[in-house]
Design a protein around this ligand. Structure first.
Ligand SMILES: O=P(O)(O)OC[C@H]1O[C@](O)(CO)[C@@H](O)[C@@H]1O
Length: 496
């Protein structure tokens, strides 16, 4: 079960496997879709790197269990109003199951919850620098009126120096956020609550500030749409779609593997990440896979043609397009019979995919030249005949780990042959947003998940599990802590 136990023997130096480079593509081994985006293409976050051990102590030390002051404690199970049910995205059944999860996972030691309270750490940089930059970007994206500017000013002051203010009584999702811990955190500094919580809270509040939840003329207007469209229309996307033509003559299995890697490395194309790293593209390090359970993934996606794949999407555009290409291929080649694509119910983390972004991506494909258009038509047909369905569950924007998912979402995942969880944020939610020692078994921290689950993610935050001690040591020796957050390394982990 444990991904880490089945890691192939380390290749090349120091146990870190590197994906093939452009040279291999010239030999026709892998598609440009994958390779053109790799070396030197991704920016590095400008936020300061942790100079000292992160909150909660040295991750290399024995992992402490959370003490009575663990800020995550009030959130997951205690202090929620009874009977909030699935409408709140956290059912009482799920809460009960989460308790069971804790005991099933009891042989996996826990670790400190990540907060943003330490200057110099990566999470602190996101709260103190990235969020203000996002507010600036949103302000410039639309000709908002005085009311929106005032609300953005207030949000800027609150998120950088103020306390969590609960949603007003009339807010459409007040009950849901109360169930998600809002009342427990009211009055506390944004820096002193779990980082996962304060980041989600930021996007909820930002949408409020620009009138997204309405009523009014700005209702439903995605404040990140201009940057998303620019990315979808970029020459880089053209280049990646054109690379599909190179793939067309390859055997189906080879195409499948190439598309899997396209989907994996597509996770580097994250607009929020880029916001903190302008100008850094030229300096990106050579990327490397730090864990690779892809053979197990292919075993799960057999040739029966009847299985269901759940894909929990992350970013739109240059990540969503390769995700969709992979889904189209798996459907067309009988590796699965159905796919369920989980997207966000509202704009989130700058570039996370919503239903509108799926439509834009599919139209981008159908309107393209060459092989890309064929993939687009396949997706359109699959959406039309129900082989591909979309799901925009409220819990997809919850500030909580997936261990606390509500019953209906759990049932979706339980019915799937495999759930593929994309991206860094989803990984944090899958394994728990904690300073895990990197050798913590992936299977242990995902034991609660109701069916086989795979993580496809580039590393953009401190959370990581399932590495071998040799891989961790090699990465630390080569890069210090940088490999954890720079987005230059990736992993494929599977728990069957
Ligand atoms: O798009 P992804 O892969 O989920 O990455 C987003 C990541 O960016 C951050 O917002 C800042 O690093 C993280 O919180 C988050 O994990």
């Amino acid at each position: 079960m444990a991904g880490h136990r089945h890691l192939p023997a380390p290749r090349r130096r120091e146990g870190v496997r590197r994906p093939p480079g452009r040279r291999h593509r010239r030999r026709g081994a892998l598609p440009g879709l994958l390779l053109r985006r790799h070396p030197g293409r991704r920016p590095l976050p400008r936020v300061r790197r942790p100079a000292a051990p992160p909150h909660g102590g040295d991750v290399a030390a024995p992992h402490p269990r959370p003490g009575p002051r663990d800020p995550a404690r009030p959130l997951p199970l205690a202090g929620r109003p009874a009977g909030t049910g699935d409408r709140a995205g956290v059912s009482s059944g799920a809460r009960a199951r989460a308790r069971v999860t804790v005991s099933r996972m009891s042989d996996t030691p826990t670790a400190p919850v990540i907060l943003g309270d330490r200057p110099g750490t990566f999470p602190h940089g996101v709260l103190a620098e990235r969020h203000p930059a996002i507010i600036r970007q949103v302000r410039e994206a639309f000709p908002y009126g005085p009311a929106q500017h005032r609300a953005l000013d207030a949000l800027l002051a609150e998120c950088t120096g103020g306390a969590v203010e609960p949603l007003p009584a009339g807010a459409h999702d007040r009950e849901r956020w109360a169930a998600w811990g809002m009342d427990s955190y009211a009055g506390r500094s944004w820096y002193d609550v779990p980082w996962l919580w304060s980041e989600s809270w930021f996007y909820r509040r930002l949408l409020d500030a620009v009138g997204y939840f309405g009523p009014g003329p700005w209702q439903g207007i995605d404040p990140f749409r201009p940057s998303k469209l620019a990315e979808l229309d970029s020459p880089a996307t053209d280049e990646e779609l054109a690379a599909l033509d190179d793939l067309a003559g390859r055997p189906a299995d080879e195409r499948a593997r190439a598309l899997l890697h396209g989907s994996l490395w597509g996770n580097r194309a994250d607009l929020g990440f880029r916001l903190s790293a302008e100008g850094a593209e030229r300096t990106a390090a050579v990327p490397a896979l730090v864990a690779d359970d892809s053979e197990r993934l292919w075993t799960l996606l057999g040739a029966s043609g009847t299985g269901t794949l759940c894909l929990v999407a992350d970013n739109a555009d240059r990540e969503l397009v390769p995700d969709l290409l992979l889904v189209a291929h798996l459907l067309a080649h009988g590796r699965i019979g159905r796919a369920v694509l989980h997207v966000k119910p509202y704009p989130y983390y700058v570039s996370d995919a919503t239903t509108a972004d799926v439509v834009d991506a599919v139209r981008r494909l159908t309107g393209a030249q060459g092989a890309a258009a064929g993939y687009g038509r396949g997706l359109w047909d699959a959406l039309s005949d129900g082989r591909l369905t979309l799901r925009a569950h409220p819990f997809s924007c919850a500030p909580l780990p997936y261990a606390e998912m509500p019953d209906d979402l759990r049932a979706d995942f339980a019915a799937a042959t495999l759930t593929v969880v994309k991206g860094d944020l989803n990984y944090r939610r899958l394994v728990g947003d904690r300073y895990w020692p990197p050798t913590t078994p992936f299977a242990g921290v995902t034991d609660y998940f109701p069916a086989p689950v795979a993580a496809l993610r580039t590393l953009k935050s401190d959370v990581v599990t399932g590495l071998t001690a040799a891989t961790e040591a090699a990465l630390d020796a080569a890069e210090g802590r940088r490999w954890r957050t720079a987005g230059t390394h990736a992993l494929i982990q599977v728990r069957t």
